[in-house]
Design a protein around this ligand. Structure first.
Ligand SMILES: [Zn+2]
Ligand SMILES: [Zn+2]
Length: 344
């Protein structure tokens, strides 16, 4: 019989088959980049707490099976039609910003990060827990040579979020800036705050993190279990900005009284409960609470360049792609020091 066999190239992926189901490692056909897309040979992908949106089915409209992952570092492997700005062999990454439409009111003003139809890798389309990933060019970030794939990956979500939130916090060099939570986000936040020239205060639970916080660049550490944190911050004159990274709304609420006049609580840790503040707490001293989500690819490139320039690196634990389930459990345990990264 003249049956022609067409060899289909396959790749390994770690996918979530259904909400709350365990990860499964399967073979899939290697995707082909369409017009305006690139295909990336993934070398490393960070495991972020926000991957739980996909894993636990907490984000409306996700289609399963879905491959999570929005801290992707790799090499352009193929380009689709119309792609001229990215070349095969170029080192690139993709972060939380998975593509924008270019046409909504925010995009028309250049505010791509707040695109009304912002796509997120691992949510809107398959992310980086796989050997080959396809992404639109509006999501692609150039990686500097000095950063390895495993170091660059966490900077594309945890890194950019802390970096961008701090640089938009209104705090100036020399100001008191506190970073609440010494974890996946906080350990980067402290490094950025220190290198920005802030008088950096690390806030953690218990005495164990004191040495680590100082090592990362904090000039002071507050143990929120043993100390009234707001009072301790007021003794320093109050914080011009507090970067709230630990996913506890209660802990965040307790920080508001630690703000300096015009101080801002920058919220980047995700928690389901409401943050509580009385109008008087906000009115007195003109305090504000602001949320911050990541940024556009150009902001990611700023983050990477700044990290290259100042020697900032994430502290990581690596797992092979096959152990995505284990890696995810390790991240969710909160015990990882400090970011978990899959390698392909
Ligand atoms: Zn993330
Ligand atoms: Zn838009």
């Amino acid at each position: 019989m003249g049956t022609a066999t067409i060899a289909t190239a396959t790749m390994k992926v770690a996918q979530v088959p259904a909400p709350r189901a365990p990860f499964e490692v399967v073979e899939r056909e290697i995707p082909t980049p369409e017009f305006g897309q690139v295909r990336i040979k993934v070398q490393a992908c960070g495991v972020c707490h926000s991957d739980s949106f996909t894993k636990e089915g907490a984000w409306p409209g996700i289609q399963y099976p879905r491959i999570p992952g929005h801290e992707v570092a790799g090499v352009v492997d193929e380009v689709g039609g119309g792609v001229t700005e990215w070349k095969k062999g170029q080192r690139v990454g993709v972060g939380w910003h998975g593509g924008h439409d270019g046409t909504c009111p925010e995009c028309r003003r250049g505010d791509f990060g707040n695109c009304r139809t912002l796509q997120v890798p691992g949510i809107s389309y398959d992310g980086g827990y796989e050997e080959f990933m396809v992404a639109p060019t509006s999501a692609v970030v150039a990686l500097p040579d000095a950063l390895s794939d495993v170091d660059a990956a966490p900077l594309l979500c945890a890194g950019i979020t802390t970096y961008n939130a701090l640089r938009h916090s209104g705090a100036l060099p020399g100001d008191v800036v506190a970073v609440q939570g010494i974890g996946g986000l906080g350990h980067l936040g402290i490094q950025f705050a220190h290198k920005f020239g802030y008088r950096t205060v690390g806030i953690g639970m218990g005495p164990d993190n004191a040495a680590r916080a100082k090592e990362l660049g904090a000039s002071l550490y507050i143990d929120s279990k043993a100390t009234n944190t707001a009072k301790a911050l007021q003794e320093l004159g109050g914080a011009k900005a507090i970067l709230a990274t630990a996913p506890s709304s209660k802990a965040m609420s307790a920080l508001i009284d630690g703000l300096a006049p015009n101080g801002r609580l920058m919220v980047i840790g995700v928690a389901p409960e409401p943050i509580e503040a009385t109008p008087v707490q906000l009115i007195t001293g003109s305090h504000s609470i602001q949320g911050w989500a990541s940024g556009a690819p150009a902001d990611s490139e700023d983050t990477l360049r700044f990290s290259e320039l100042t020697g900032i690196r994430p502290m990581i634990e690596t797992f092979p792609l096959e152990k995505a389930g284990e890696a995810y459990a390790r991240m969710m345990s909160g015990d990882a020091k400090f970011r978990v990264v899959l390698t392909m």
